[in-house]
Design a protein around this ligand. Structure first.
Ligand SMILES: Nc1ncnc2c1ncn2[C@@H]1O[C@H](COP(=O)(O)OP(=O)(O)OP(=O)(O)O)[C@@H](O)[C@H]1O
Ligand SMILES: [Mg+2]
Length: 159
């Protein structure tokens, strides 16, 4: 007698996405289109901006997607008092002792695979400019003159 084994799924990623889509859609009421939008952005390696009235689930959706992904993550809620250091890391004190202006980016946006910036337009123009380069060109210069590619796959931003 042979044990009946289910055939392995030939499309494991498709299956995984279908499960995520179903779970997200059941958590977020009437947000199927937005769920699809974020998952499509994830697949297409693009970023996504969610705009809508307060309390419509923008943050909940991006929080949920980020909790589902693996990899290095970065999330921040911006206020008008936020400074670029909170996004890209502080200036290295050891570097300053050697007359170098280099940022320590560990755990910050330049090293994240997946990121969520909540209420991004509350950030100063200094923050928006830092974000723009990372979003558009997908590069970051920590201050040592070397322009490195960032590993960012999906940056979710809310208004
Ligand atoms: N479509 C939805 N389905 C289920 N719960 C929802 C939905 N929309 C909002 N909520 C509930 O409302 C709470 C607030 O939503 P959330 O903080 O995500 O809104 P927001 O769009 O980010 O608002 P704001 O612009 O004020 O930041 C959520 O934590 C959730 O409990
Ligand atoms: Mg929000």
């Amino acid at each position: 007698m042979k044990a009946l084994r289910p055939a392995p799924d030939p499309y494991p990623i498709r299956e995984k996405l279908a499960v995520a889509r179903k779970e997200l859609s059941s958590t977020l009421i009437e947000r199927d289109e937005e769920v699809d939008l974020v998952l499509t952005a994830l697949l297409a390696n693009e970023h996504v901006l969610l705009v809508g009235p307060p309390g419509c689930g923008k943050s909940l959706l991006l929080d949920s997607v980020l909790s589902w992904t693996g990899g290095a993550k970065f999330a921040i809620l911006l206020t008008k008092f936020s400074v670029p250091e909170e996004l890209v890391g502080p200036v290295s004190l050891a570097g300053l002792k050697e007359d170098k202006y280099v940022r320590v980016t560990a755990g910050k946006l330049p090293e994240a695979d997946f990121a969520f910036i909540d209420e991004c337009f509350k950030g100063s123009s200094a923050i928006l400019n830092v974000m723009l380069k990372i979003l558009n060109e997908r590069t970051f210069d920590a201050g040592d003159g070397i322009v490195r590619k960032v590993p960012l796959k999906l940056l979710g931003v809310t208004q």
